[in-house]
Design a protein around this ligand. Structure first.
Ligand code: SD4
Length: 323
């Protein structure tokens, strides 16, 4: 990956001074305890749950899992877990992954049907098997063996929306629009140098059955390494997978970049390799082992709101944009 052009970078962030100073203030307190950072507005409730689990003696891994369970179980979050929008055939297929920075080990599930908490299944893939990823029918059978209850994941709301989409003569498909997708990505540290990353999504709405996005792929939707930090991504997974976003960000941090610079460097690299990516729906978050954070969006059309929990304070913030 090419290093970011500092002039481009300075120009980009100049218009985002307010966000920079907010984040600088947040980073001043780095190293002062656990930090939870998550994508989109439902990240706030997820962070608060994660912090509660951690403060009550749970592991960081458990905290991230239980935090992500919150939007997964919420029928009003139409892009994650129960109530997530279905594929083109009206079937909800979920993707999720979780990675433990100490063991450098991840678990993930792809195209999982009828199980509302895929992040919990992903954790069990990591903890109970020698595998990293289970997909489709195999992931479902594994979840049943682990005691998960199958249920329909379509809600009246998501069913009705799918029917309306299907009824449109020239319905747009396999594409994102600003209001119809999002994912929960979470990165966290315990304040003592341990990091975890988790990600869960119903993926692109009305996707082709069997389509796997970036979220459950190690190095794309999640990456965590206790030597450096952790990262997660949200956006057009069909595009972002090609940039191995999360591992690229963690490697940039390993070379000395701050989490924010590492996020910007990744987005900058996407634009340098293909100018069309200026219009891409892409956003990323990162944390290092000192608890410093980064969050960045490609452009205004897909402007990431992210949630930060630190020192008992739970905030919703807006990410810096590259363009
Ligand atoms: C995917 N990256 O399946 C996910 C969707 C997403 O914001 O994050 N949307 O491609």
């Amino acid at each position: 990956m090419e290093p970011i052009d500092r002039r481009d970078f300075i120009r980009t962030v100049a218009g985002s001074a307010a966000f920079v100073s907010l984040q600088a203030k947040a980073d001043e307190q780095a190293g002062a305890g656990p930090v939870f950072l998550a994508t989109w507005i439902w990240g706030k409730a997820a962070n608060e749950k994660a912090a509660e689990v951690f403060q009550n003696g749970g592991s960081l891994l458990e905290a991230v899992e239980k935090g992500i369970n919150v939007p997964e179980s919420d029928p009003n979050v139409l892009t994650v877990g129960y109530g997530g929008r279905p594929n083109s055939e009206g079937v909800v297929e979920l993707d999720a992954a979780i990675m433990d920075g100490t063991r450098h080990r991840a678990g993930s599930v792809c195209s999982l049907r009828m199980i509302k908490n895929p992040i919990s299944v992903a954790r069990l893939v990591m903890e109970k098997t020698r595998h990293t990823t289970l997909a489709g029918e195999g992931a479902f059978e594994f979840a049943l063996k682990m005691g998960f209850e199958p249920q329909t994941l379509l809600t009246p709301q998501s069913l009705q929306q799918w029917q309306e989409w299907k009824a449109k003569p020239h319905h747009k498909t396999f594409w994102l629009t600003p209001e119809n997708h999002d994912t929960i990505g979470m990165v966290a540290t315990d304040g003592k140098g341990h990091v975890v990353a988790g990600c869960s999504t119903s993926g692109l709405e009305y996707k082709l059955p069997g389509r796997v996005g970036d979220s459950p792929l190690v190095g794309c939707g999640v990456y965590a390494d206790d030597n450096v930090g952790a990262a997660s991504a949200t956006g057009d997974g069909d595009l972002m997978t090609n940039y191995c976003t999360s591992v690229s960000i963690v490697h940039a941090m390993a070379r000395g970049a701050s989490p924010q610079d590492a996020c910007m460097e990744l987005l900058n690299h996407m634009v340098k390799t293909d100018a069309k990516n200026r219009d891409a729906e892409a956003a990323v978050i990162a944390i290092n082992t000192r608890g410093e954070i980064g969050a960045a969006s490609m452009n205004d059309g897909f402007h990431l709101k992210y949630a930060l929990w630190r020192n008992g304070e739970s905030q919703l913030l807006e990410s810096i944009k590259l363009i």
